[in-house]
Write a protein that binds this ligand. Structure first.
Ligand SMILES: C[S@@+](CC[C@H](N)C(=O)[O-])C[C@H]1O[C@@H](n2cnc3c(N)ncnc32)[C@H](O)[C@@H]1O
Length: 339
C-alpha cells in the first residue's frame, strides 16, 4: 500500500510535477541540503515527493490521524517488515461475526460502517495498542496507519465523514495492507501543531503553505479517523453525524480570521522562499465553498514580502471531471522573500 491510497480532499498528488517545477525555478541554487517545510501536510504526499528528491523535510499537520501516518510513511526510524506483515496477516484473519460490540461499533456501527465492520475496526484498534510495548515505534505507527487506511476504504460515505450515506451500511471488507515503507537518508522532523505557532520556532529554506481555503473544517471531514487514531474514547458526540468535541482542532483558516492568520504566518516564517497553493472555488454557489481568502488579498499580501510569481495550472490536470466548476483554478504562488 502506498501513501496516496486514501481519500483526502485537497491532496496535491496530481499537482506535484507543477509544484516541483515552480520550486526548482525559484529555490536557492547554491545550497546543498535544502530544508522544505510542508506546513499543512495532510496526507504527506508532498513531503514524500520531496524526500525522494533528497530534500530535508519539516512535516506538520494539526490532526493526529495525519501525524500518526507520517510516523509510518515518512520516518528515519528502523522497522522490521516481517513484524508488520505478521500482525497485518493476524488482524486480517479475525472473523468479525464472532466479536462482541466495542467502543467503535457502539458509536459508528449502523452509520459509517456495518456493525460487523465497526466491531472489527474497534477490535483491531485495541489490539494495535496492546501490541505497542512489544514492537518498535515505526512498526506500531505502520499498523495504525494501515488500520486508518482500511477504515477509510470500508466507510459508508462519499469519501469523507461530514455525514454517512442514508442507505444502511453493508458489510465491506476491512482489510489491512502493509505499507510499502522506505528508508530515507534526508533529515525528517514531524510536528502535530498549529502552523502559526510552529512557524515562530522553525527555520527552513522553503515553506510550503497549503491550508484549507473554505469553511469546511478538515476535522469534520475526518473526525471518525481522528477518533480512531487518538483512541482516548470520548463519550460526548454532536448530532446524528457523531462528531466528538473537537473545538481545539478547528482551523482558523476555515474561519473569518483566515486572512489575518495568513498574514501572521507569512510574517513569522524564517524562509527564503514561500510557496503557496491556492485553489479558487470563490465563485462556487454553496457558502461553505466560498474562499475565506480572496485571490487578490493573497497576492497583495505576498507582494509585501517579496518577488512573487504566479503559476496557474489548467484544471484538466487535477479535476477528474466530477465537479463542474468551469472556473476552478489551482494556482501556485512563489514568493522570494526580500530581507
Ligand atoms: C488542503 S489540506 C493539505 C493537503 C496536502 N497538501 C496533501 O497533499 O495531502 C490542508 C491541511 O491543513 C491542516 N490544517 C488546517 N489548519 C491547520 C492549522 N492551523 N495548523 C496545522 N494544520 C492545519 C488540515 O488538517 C489539512 O490536512
Amino acid at each position: 500500500m502506498k501513501i496516496q491510497n486514501r481519500r483526502y480532499i485537497g491532496n496535491k498528488k496530481k499537482v506535484l510535477p507543477h509544484l516541483y517545477k515552480a520550486i526548482l525555478e525559484n529555490q536557492p541554487q547554491d545550497k546543498k541540503n535544502i530544508v522544505l517545510a510542508d506546513l499543512f501536510a495532510g496526507t504527506g504526499v508532498v513531503s514524500e515527493f520531496f524526500l525522494e528528491k533528497g530534500y530535508d523535510l519539516i512535516i506538520n499537520d494539526n490532526l493526529y490521524s495525519n501525524f500518526a501516518c507520517y510516523q509510518a510513511w515518512l520516518s528515519n526510524e528502523d522497522f522490521r517488515q516481517e513484524i508488520i506483515d505478521k500482525y497485518v496477516d493476524e488482524f486480517n484473519k479475525i472473523d468479525s461475526t464472532k466479536l462482541e460490540n466495542n467502543y467503535f461499533s457502539e458509536i459508528y456501527g449502523g452509520k459509517y460502517y456495518s456493525n460487523n465492520d465497526a466491531k472489527k475496526i474497534g477490535y483491531i484498534r485495541e489490539e494495535v495498542e496492546r501490541t505497542k510495548p512489544k514492537i518498535q515505534s515505526r512498526e506500531y505507527y505502520s499498523l495504525l496507519a494501515s488500520l486508518l487506511y482500511a477504515a477509510d476504504k470500508a466507510a459508508n460515505t462519499v469519501g469523507h465523514f461530514e455525514h454517512f450515506l442514508s442507505s444502511v451500511p453493508r458489510d465491506n471488507i476491512v482489510e489491512l495492507r502493509s505499507p510499502l515503507l522506505k528508508q530515507y537518508k534526508s533529515k525528517i522532523t514531524t510536528y502535530e501543531e498549529d502552523t502559526n505557532k510552529l512557524a515562530k520556532k522553525i527555520e527552513c529554506d522553503i515553506a510550503y503553505i497549503d491550508p484549507p481555503y473554505n469553511a469546511r473544517q478538515y476535522v469534520n471531514f475526518y473526525h471518525v479517523l481522528e477518533n480512531l487514531a487518538r483512541w482516548n474514547k470520548p463519550t460526548e458526540f454532536e448530532g446524528s453525524s457523531m462528531k466528538f468535541k473537537r473545538d481545539e482542532l478547528k482551523s482558523v483558516y476555515s474561519r473569518v480570521g483566515a486572512l489575518a492568520a495568513m498574514e501572521d504566518l507569512i510574517n513569522s516564517l524564517d524562509a527564503n522562499l514561500i510557496v503557496v497553493s491556492y485553489n479558487n472555488t470563490y465563485k462556487a454557489q454553496s457558502t461553505a465553498s466560498n474562499n475565506r481568502i480572496p485571490e487578490e488579498s493573497l497576492e497583495q499580501l505576498l507582494e509585501q514580502h517579496g518577488r512573487v510569481k504566479k503559476y496557474e495550472i489548467p484544471y484538466k490536470f487535477f479535476n477528474a471531471g466530477k465537479t463542474n466548476f468551469a472556473d476552478h483554478k489551482e494556482i501556485i504562488y512563489t514568493c522570494k522573500k526580500v530581507r
